[in-house]
Design a protein around this ligand. Structure first.
Ligand SMILES: [Zn+2]
Length: 418
């Protein structure tokens, strides 16, 4: 079983430059190696053998290509071996019926990482700060919020630049056991799946529903066109396929979004608390859109659970009854109709956005269930209030950005939207 431990890197300005230059050397090397690879006939051996053959040319390359000597040896080797992964991915796509051509050269925006295999990396302390020491590169400050257990082997470390410009280090470890969940979790989140918004969490994020407007428009257009064609004719059959493609595009986009969202929570937090999916309310609520939303929530929950397991993050589901009514500050329940968006406690005066209050209740119930003790965030009202009170203060995450830019962009996306 493989697991990944992912940490945020905080490179200095000059370290960023070095990282970028190493990354680009890897990219150029990859492109060069791809060219060499394509000159080797398939009859020369298996895919792996042929890629290895190209890798064997590395020492000769270093004779005239100075930049290659800046790279740690396994980093250069891994850049070449990536051809193998790319080709496997490509043939997987082909098997799934995609019309894909051959491998292309990678542009700078497409080559975002470099990989240290087995050696050349270690954790260190510099001036009280934990750093990731990378051979021939730099000692980069790292948020080392989770310990990698001693009994696992780190296979490789990928240093990746996200599209936001943030750098991350991902440790691929091999071990029979799941990663250890932190005993004293530091970063905790409760997620409430609101009615008006897709989700609302205790860090003030409201994740809007996915923007599928363009896809829906196109689907309608294609469906209209289908209805005009003679049923069963060749043209009708062609058009039917187009409609099916539209449906698939919507499904894929939604799935992709949920993957990124769940990945974000599983990698950024030590504890993730959600409500149990309420099947009863699902049955009571009529209407297709509601069912779709609940199905999406169920998918999200499933993804979240296995990703948390993989990342060593506590995942807990709590009893959903009363999370909206209950006051996150004093615990007193008060009825509020659906259209009241603010929680205002008659007993203690605590005020908060309705969904944010629910999210806090979910998180503290999660804490209780995990037997982690009392969640601190529920009591200090002062610290919680400024994040949520005024209805405009919470971050509304632009889901389009999440989809386009990848997983760790929720915070960034929200800032940019302000
Ligand atoms: Zn109260």
């Amino acid at each position: 079983m493989y697991y990944a431990y992912r940490y945020r890197l905080h490179p200095t300005e000059s370290q960023r430059e070095t990282l970028d230059s190493h990354r680009d050397t890897c990219r150029q090397l990859y492109n060069h190696a791809l060219n060499k690879f394509e000159q080797i006939p398939q009859s020369a051996g298996t895919l792996n053998q042929r890629v290895r053959q190209v890798r064997g040319q590395l020492p000769d390359l270093k004779d005239w290509w100075d930049d290659l000597n800046d790279l740690y040896s396994t980093v250069a080797q891994a850049a070449v071996m990536r051809i193998e992964d790319s080709i496997k991915a490509l043939s997987q796509l082909k098997q799934n019926g995609y019309n894909v051509g051959s491998l292309n050269w990678k542009a700078p925006s497409e080559f975002r990482s470099l990989t240290y295999v087995q050696s050349g990396f270690e954790f260190d302390k510099k001036n009280g700060q934990t750093v990731l020491s990378l051979s021939k590169l730099a000692d980069i400050p790292i948020s080392h919020h989770r310990k990698i257990p001693d009994d696992v082997t780190v296979k490789e470390v990928s240093i990746k630049k996200e599209r936001t410009g943030e750098w991350y280090a991902s440790f691929a470890v091999e071990g029979k056991e799941e990663p250890v969940k932190p005993e004293n979790p530091d970063r905790c989140v409760g997620i409430d799946v609101g009615i008006l918004k897709y989700a609302h969490d205790t860090d003030g994020r409201a994740v809007g529903s996915l923007d599928l407007q363009d896809e829906r428009k196109r689907l309608k257009r294609e469906q209209r066109s289908l209805s005009r064609k003679q049923h069963g004719s060749n043209n009708w059959e062609k058009q039917r396929l187009r409609v099916a493609e539209c449906h698939q595009r919507v499904r894929r986009k939604r799935h992709d979004f949920l993957h990124k969202l769940s990945n974000y929570y599983a990698t950024e937090y030590d504890v993730v608390a959600v409500e149990e999916l309420n099947v009863k309310s699902m049955l009571e609520s009529a209407g297709n859109s509601q069912n779709t939303a609940l199905a999406a929530w169920d998918t999200f929950r499933t993804m979240l659970e296995y990703k948390c397991k993989r990342e060593g993050t506590h995942f807990v589901e709590v009893e959903p009854a009363g999370t909206t009514k209950q006051c996150a500050s004093c615990g007193v329940a008060s009825d509020k109709p659906l259209w009241v968006r603010e929680h205002s406690c008659p007993a203690c005066g605590f005020e908060m956005d309705r969904d944010a209050n629910a999210a806090l209740n979910i998180l503290s119930r999660g804490f209780e269930k995990l037997e982690l003790g009392q969640f601190e965030g529920t009591t200090p009202v002062e610290t919680a209030l400024p994040m949520f009170t005024s209805s405009g203060a919470s971050d509304v995450v632009d889901t389009k950005r999440v989809v386009e830019t990848g997983s760790p962009t929720l915070k960034k996306g929200a800032q940019a939207a302000e």
